[in-house]
Design a protein around this ligand. Structure first.
Ligand code: FE
Ligand code: FE
Ligand code: MG
Length: 170
């Protein structure tokens, strides 16, 4: 635990930060697995472009889990030790892929990113001027989640517009 490092935290309980970070940690693992499995089962038009994006996002979510776990440890906490706890602590849940077509998979993922953006935006507000190190970490993750939503939405719009223009020509 970073003793001097933690002594600079003001106006917020460290136990409270650890608890919200553990919830975010659960979200990151579930997001990682969601992207991992979506990239495996996805079917249909332009699926290669979607697989590239989903795989890149899986890598990002795992990196986020790393960043959050390391910060929890610095604060003197313990990252969730049992995957069962991911489901009891998650904010954003897990969207099991039911339809494997590209558009449905992208829509499931966009929902997840929108939840992540809301959660990290709350964490940014909660830590601003109080815990600068956590603030930097959650700000960096928030920027990634905003990029993720945009990437998925752009791909989703390209695909739906392409399909629409095909229909119009037939
Ligand atoms: Fe993430
Ligand atoms: Fe994300
Ligand atoms: Mg991307």
């Amino acid at each position: 635990m970073a003793r001097r490092g933690n002594s600079i935290i003001r106006g917020i309980e460290i136990s409270e930060i650890i608890s919200v970070l553990n919830k975010a940690y659960a979200d990151e693992w579930l997001a990682y697995y969601q992207y991992f499995i979506e990239a495996k089962v996805i079917k249909g038009i332009m699926k290669d472009a979607a697989i590239a994006e989903l795989t890149q996002h899986a890598t990002d979510e795992l990196r986020h889990a790393n960043m959050v776990a390391d910060r929890i440890l610095q604060l003197g906490g313990t990252p969730l030790l049992n995957p069962k706890e991911w489901f009891t602590h998650t904010n954003c849940g897990y969207e099991e892929p039911k339809d494997f077509d590209v558009v449905s998979i992208l829509e499931d993922s966009i929902k997840g990113e929108q939840c992540a953006i809301s959660i990290y935006s709350q964490l940014v507000d909660m830590t601003r001027d109080k815990d600068i190190v956590t603030y930097d970490i959650v700000s960096e993750i928030l920027a990634d989640e905003v990029e993720h939503e945009e990437d998925l939405q752009a791909l989703h719009d390209d695909i739906t517009e392409f399909v629409q223009s095909l229909k119009n020509k037939l």
